[in-house]
Design a protein around this ligand. Structure first.
Ligand SMILES: [Zn+2]
Length: 288
């Protein structure tokens, strides 16, 4: 049996939490020590700029990690940005704000499902808002889909997208209602595809090249899965776990609970389009 990608020794070395990795001229990466099935090699905390630093996604509340981020910026952190309030992204913002006095900026929407419930931004950001200084400019893009409060940050000077959980390296992003919305996710992908990006800096994994092709591949993959969901309902499958067993044959069993969320998200989209009838994750579905 082969190791999952995030457990392979070369990946563990590349994402060693002690490393400060210069990824582009303006971007440095420090990865939090939280590798796992849902987080890959761990959450990437991005440091933008040198003279004045914006930190994107401080990650979990891990004292050693937050200290490493603060030390790397040498007293120059001016903004703490959060892509969304999942527990592997935002909780570290409180300690980092305490250490640096920098304000925490994030979208105002509060999530309904599993999230960092104590999170309160000092400043709320909406689509199009900018954080800028002499060295760089970051534009907030509201990209719901994975989470209703999800923001990506476009580093305009390099056309690099700091993508949070919108796109992941090697794994498929979880889209699970009520906070996840498949139509919104696809809309966000199409929008990002049109930006003329040079690279994508995800919260989990390596810097991703050829963004346009990658984004199209993700869109195609989702539409293919959706076709399979609709076929399953046509063939008389009524319950989501049965659909998952049939469709996600390439996905390990422990992830099937997660896949149920994605199938639910596809079904809600298909329902809004008039193809199927149904409502909940545990209830029956049928053709419209
Ligand atoms: Zn997330």
């Amino acid at each position: 049996m082969s190791l999952p990608p995030w457990m392979q020794p070369e990946v563990r070395r590349a994402f060693d939490p002690e490393l400060i990795v210069q990824v582009t001229p303006l971007l440095r990466r420090i990865t939090a020590p939280n590798p796992g099935m849902m987080t890959g090699p761990g959450t990437n905390t991005w440091l933008v700029g040198r003279d004045e630093v914006a930190v994107v996604d401080p990650g979990p509340d891990d004292e050693a990690h937050i200290q490493r981020v603060a030390d790397a910026a040498r007293g120059r952190i001016r903004w703490i940005l959060v892509t969304h309030t999942h527990p592997d992204h935002s909780p570290g913002s409180r300690r980092l704000a305490e250490l640096t006095g920098a304000p925490v900026l994030a979208h105002a929407i509060r999530l309904q499902g599993v999230s960092d419930r104590e999170f309160r931004p000092d400043v709320t950001l909406d689509d199009g808002d900018r954080v800028h200084c002499g060295e760089f400019s970051l534009r907030a893009l509201h990209t719901p889909g994975h989470a209703a409060n999800h923001l990506c940050f476009l580093l305009e000077d390099e056309q690099v997208l700091i993508a949070g959980d919108q796109v992941m390296d090697k794994t498929t992003v979880v889209i699970s209602p009520p906070d996840g919305d498949m139509q919104a996710y696809l809309d966000s992908l199409h929008r990002l595809k049109a930006l003329g990006l040079k690279a994508i800096a995800p919260a989990h994994g390596r810097l991703l090249e050829e963004p346009e092709r990658l984004l199209q591949r993700i869109i195609d993959h989702r539409m293919e899965r959706e076709g399979m969901v609709l076929d399953a309902v046509r063939d008389g499958e009524r319950m989501i776990p049965d659909m998952v067993r049939r469709i996600y044959v390439d996905v390990p069993q422990p992830l099937h609970r997660v896949a149920e969320g994605s199938v639910h998200a596809h079904l809600l989209k298909l329902r809004d389009e008039g193809h199927v009838l149904g409502d909940s994750r545990d209830g029956p579905w049928q053709l419209a």
